[in-house]
Design a protein around this ligand. Sequence first.
Ligand SMILES: [Cu+2]
Length: 150
Amino acid sequence: MPRLPLYALVLAIVSAPAFAQVTVADAWVRGTVASQKVTGAFMSLTSPTDTALVSASSPVAGIVEIHEMAMDGGVMKMRAVAQLPLPAGKAVDLKPGGYHVMLMDLKAPLKEGETVPITLTFAGKDGRKTTQDVKLPVRALTAPAAAPKH
Ligand SMILES: [Cu+2]
């Protein structure tokens, strides 16, 4: 690890340093109805270096986990994963039916037009953690699972 001046190190802890910034694209949260306590957040993550998404948090949810959907005995199930690896330069999609950030114990319904702040925590190969704040628009419950790609 290169030696950094102290001020740079402090900056790195407070806000993710520009050189390690993960690109977050196509981020959105699925809207909910009144009685619904869980929903998913989706996005495409591209890291310039080998890193991993290790946790997330949001003021709108009591519990936030990183989930994956996987076949288990012929049934599609989702489960929490300890981390989602982000290989350098490769876009990793969190999308319906795959990886997603699970927002649980929602404090209020999420309506289309609202914005949900989420703090993502990444861990590099050296174990050093950085956080990144993202704001995700809420899309209606009926919104198509994924926007068509050109
Ligand atoms: Cu889930």
